[in-house]
Design a protein around this ligand. Structure first.
Ligand code: C2E
Ligand code: CA
Ligand code: CA
Ligand code: CA
Length: 278
């Protein structure tokens, strides 16, 4: 239906309207959740494909609301990106991840890197590096223990600028991973210039390994990565046969439900303890 407003017509589409309401609700929930500490960090193990041992983990945010239960990142992250709340949420995640890794390090349970997702909005903050320095210092965690995951979209927006930012992070000893590789539009010319350490092959490519074409595609990606001296992580690995294929393709690290879903801090502590007896 349409409502007369001045001499123009405003058209209301029910679906659009409901979406806008939902968006606003989530925006308000996030504002409240930031005040009340409703954002938690879960950890998903990254495993060495040959030894089956833990090499690192990815920090994944969980929005745990008392009234609506857990809201999936797939739902609230895009909204937080639009409203800018992702900056504050991202800092909560980085702070908690540094705090937890420091504890595991002090307890002798883990001495590798924690990977934290960095959104485009955070990446383009003029004081990004000093914000990260402050959080690392506050948690007494050397930058060596941090890895940041960024997507192609984040760096291809302004690649020249991105190279400078990535260099300043890399100079601190922070590792950089290209997340969801292959789903965006990064060019090989730039891939070579970015000071990256790791390339994460998106789950979509891992799922496609059912077909020969799909396997050839992952083979090509791994080859490109290795030619650029990059470490490869396969994402979303669920099946034993995928592990077998990835071994043949020389992919060194895997992450996915096959080994473990993302775990709460306490569950991950138990996981670390179990790893020690292996
Ligand atoms: P992502 O960075 O690509 O993270 C991997 C996602 O795949 C996670 O979803 C993880 O739980 C899921 N996953 C891992 N293994 C498997 C598997 O074997 N099968 C399937 N079906 N899924 C698997 P999650 O935690 O729901 O996060 C979704 C996305 O939200 C992330 O994708 C990332 O883009 C974003 N995100 C999550 N936490 C943060 C954060 O702290 N900051 C920012 N900026 N984004 C975040
Ligand atoms: Ca990621
Ligand atoms: Ca990813
Ligand atoms: Ca993804």
């Amino acid at each position: 239906h349409a409502k007369k407003k001045g001499n123009s017509y405003l058209f209301f589409n029910d679906t659009m309207n409901r979406q806008a309401v939902k968006r606003l609700q989530i925006e308000n929930l996030m504002r409240f959740g930031l005040k009340e500490d409703h954002f938690e960090v879960y950890y998903q193990p990254k495993m060495n494909i040959r030894t089956g041992k833990l090499t690192g983990m990815e920090a994944l945010v969980r929005f745990i609301t008392p009234k609506k239960g857990i809201i999936s990142p797939g739902v609230f992250i895009p909204i937080a990106e639009e409203t800018g709340q992702i900056i504050e949420i991202g800092e909560v995640v980085l702070n908690k991840a540094c705090r937890d890794v420091k504890k595991w390090l002090d307890d002798g349970l883990f001495s590798g890197r924690v990977a934290v997702n960095l959104s485009a909005k955070q990446f383009s903050l003029p004081d990004l590096t000093s914000r990260i320095d402050v959080i690392l210092q506050k948690n007494e965690l050397p930058s060596y223990f941090l890895e940041l995951e960024i997507t192609e979209g984040t760096v291809m927006d302004d690649p020249k600028d991105a190279i400078a930012i990535m260099r300043s992070l890399s100079a601190r000893g922070i590792h950089l991973a290209m997340d969801d590789f292959g789903t965006g539009y990064s060019s090989l010319a730039y891939l070579k210039q970015f000071p990256l350490n790791t390339l994460k092959v998106d789950k979509a490519f891992i799922d496609d390994m059912k077909t020969e074409r799909g396997r050839n595609m992952v083979d090509s990606i791994v080859t490109i990565a290795h030619n650029l001296d990059l470490h490869v992580v396969a994402e979303g690995v669920e099946q034993a046969d995928q592990i077998e294929i990835l071994k043949k393709l020389n992919c060194e690290t895997v992450q996915g439900y096959y080994y473990s879903k993302p775990l709460s801090k306490d569950e991950f502590t138990e996981f670390l303890k179990q790893q020690q007896t292996k």
